[in-house]
Design a protein around this ligand. Structure first.
Ligand code: PLI
Length: 469
């Protein structure tokens, strides 16, 4: 039998293992089904509202759930907690410049802090922001500042079974049509994510970002990258795009960023830390404005809501994330889980993306209408079966249209099994796969949910549900 790790690649190689070993461990707690029934009911059938003490394997998110290295932990002791001018800020600033290539850096408490700064700086009411699929917090800040978001991702991204290798690509015709329709002056920037979270962690190619650059340069429209998982994106370019097999992930990342004007970053993902983020830019005016605003919302411009030690850990984590062997094992673990599920015919987004397996809840529960929240239902069922915590990425996450007040109805109705970095073992992936298989086998008897409490903003975090009779 071929190595399970080689899914989609050559089948005759030997297995690999993670390029690190475990030095500290944290106990996990197993619970009974009765306990889980009570816990999820108390949580309003929303996995965000569970106590983590009631969760066995936590695949809610890969955000801030990473295991830091011994180097990062020792960096924490080097925290310079000066209010102004912390040494760790200058280390982080230099690291971002060297690894991502951007000139100016504004630190923030996490990614959405950077999104707030960027959106407040560049967007005016009536503007239009095109992006390769929405992300919840990113679009929220764009809309809150008066813009209309336009999805310009390729159609393949909305098709869970399409095997297109760069489902994160921008559809250049859609972008051109929007420019023709609203005019370049009404587009403050194009928002490009790499990889694309809501599409299933799908990559965008180097050829595509270059083409977007060529098109937007003709109109003087800047490109801001959501660089949250851009290192993972670089691995896909190395594996799949002609001319990149012999380049390092570090080289590919820097080349990719060179086709953009700046980036927002959630340090809680690629940079392998538990908190932190930043906005970077090559535009002096944007930098001046954001550096001015950061003191209102986040903290002084040399810490932006992070402790000195957090900035140090992030600077070290960024370098670690660029190690080719690490990145192969990180995405390899996600693929391993995908391989198991594939063998059992479980429906999920293919090809496997960078940070998780996105189960296709529509295909699980074809008998449930979208208003019966199939993805939320699957997250509930999975927790009930095994204590594995997943996240809804469907109609609940999509929220309501701010103009019409109607539910937005995404084509993708997904339940995400997100893999934290360096946290779980292959045996944990086996347990997760078996739990999903069990839920798949029981799928026909499952009834959906109704929403009984709906918060106004980013409702998926705190909404509550009840089972349909
Ligand atoms: O959670 P933040 O504020 O550090 O970052 C927001 C954010 C921005 N862009 C992208 C692509 C994200 O995935 C993202 C946060 N993602 C979360 C929390 C997730 O669970 O996927």
């Amino acid at each position: 039998m071929p190595s399970l790790h080689t899914m989609g690649q050559q089948q005759d190689r030997r297995s690999w293992a993670e390029p690190y070993k475990i030095k500290a461990v944290e106990p996990l707690y197993m619970t009974s089904r009765d306990h889980r029934e009570r816990a999820i009911a108390d949580a309003g059938y929303n996995t965000f509202l569970l106590h983590s003490r009631d969760v066995y394997i936590d695949l809610l998110t890969d955000s801030g759930t990473n295991a830091m290295s011994d180097r990062q932990w020792s960096g924490m002791m080097l925290g310079d907690e000066a209010y102004a001018g912390s040494e760790n800020f200058y280390h982080l600033e230099q690291t971002v410049k060297e690894c991502y290539g951007y000139e100016y850096l504004v630190p923030t408490h996490q990614g959405r802090g950077a999104e707030n700064l960027l959106s407040s700086t560049l967007i005016k009411p009536g503007h239009h922001v095109p992006g390769n699929m929405y992300f919840t917090t990113t679009r929220f800040h764009q809309e809150r500042n008066g813009a209309t978001f336009h999805d310009i991702i390729v159609d393949e991204a909305h098709d869970t079974s399409s095997l297109f290798e760069f489902k994160g690509n921008v559809d250049l015709d859609k972008l051109q049509r929007l420019i023709d329709e609203v005019g370049a002056d009404a587009i403050p920037y194009v928002c490009v994510a790499a990889t694309v979270n809501m599409a299933g962690g799908q990559p965008i190619s180097m050829a595509n970002i270059k083409a977007v650059r060529e098109l937007t340069a003709r109109y003087g429209i800047p490109i801001y990258l959501d660089a949250t998982r851009a290192v993972e994106n670089a691995l896909f370019i190395q594996e799949r795009e002609e001319g990149y097999a012999d380049k390092s992930i570090a080289e590919i990342l820097k080349e990719f960023c060179s086709h953009t004007d700046g980036a927002t970053m959630s340090g809680k993902k690629d940079p392998i830390v538990n908190i932190g983020g930043w906005l970077s830019t090559n535009d002096r005016e944007v930098f001046e404005e954001a550096r001015n605003l950061v003191v209102v919302y986040e903290g002084l411009h040399t810490y932006g809501g992070m402790a000195g030690r957090d900035m140090e850990a992030m600077a070290i984590g960024i370098r670690e994330s660029l190690d080719d062997d690490y990145m192969k094992s990180r995405v390899g673990q996600v693929r391993y889980l995908g391989m198991l599920l594939e063998q059992w015919g479980v429906p999920f987004v293919k090809p496997v993306g960078g940070h998780g397996i996105f189960l296709d809840a529509r295909a699980f529960y074809p008998h449930l209408a979208q208003d019966q929240f199939p993805s939320q239902t699957l997250a509930w069922q999975l927790y009930l079966d095994s204590g594995v915590r997943a996240m809804e990425r469907g109609i609940v996450s999509a929220g309501r249209d701010p103009v019409t007040g109607e539910h937005r109805r995404p084509k993708l109705e997904l339940t995400r099994l997100t893999i934290p970095r360096r946290v779980y073992t292959q045996a944990h992936m086996d347990v997760v796969a078996e739990a999903v298989k069990e839920c798949y086998e029981e799928r026909e008897s499952v009834k959906g949910l109704k929403m009984v409490y709906e918060p106004k903003y980013l409702r998926f975090f705190q909404a509550r549900f009840e089972p349909l009779a």
